[in-house]
Ligand binder design. Structure first.
Ligand SMILES: [Zn+2]
Length: 87
C-alpha cells in the first residue's frame, strides 16, 4: 500500500510501494520553489517522483557565490574600475 506520509517521514530513503531500501534517484529538476527527482526501486521496479519544496535559504553560502571574481574579459567594467590589473 502506498503510504505517502511514511515515505516523507522516512526522508524518501525506501520504496513507498514495497519498503525496500534498494532505490535509486535520477536527475533533480528545479522549478520555481520546487524540485523533482525521478526515483525507481530495484526490488519491485516501481517508479515514482519525489517532490521537494524550497523551505529556507543559507545567506552565507549565497554570499560566497556572488563574491566570485568577474573575469577580466569584461573590458567595459575593467575601464570603469580603473584598470587595476594591467597585462
Ligand atoms: Zn519497491
Amino acid at each position: 500500500m502506498l503510504d505517502k506520509k511514511a515515505h516523507i517521514k522516512g526522508k524518501g530513503l525506501s520504496c513507498p510501494f514495497c519498503g525496500s531500501s534498494s532505490i535509486q534517484g535520477g536527475f533533480v529538476e528545479i522549478e520555481a520553489g520546487k524540485a523533482f527527482q525521478g526515483m525507481e526501486c530495484i526490488e519491485c521496479e516501481a517508479e515514482w517522483q519525489d517532490l521537494y519544496e524550497l523551505i529556507d535559504i543559507n545567506p552565507y553560502l549565497a554570499q560566497e557565490v556572488t563574491n566570485e571574481r568577474i573575469p577580466n574579459k569584461a573590458p567595459g567594467l575593467a575601464s570603469v574600475l580603473g584598470q587595476r590589473d594591467r597585462n
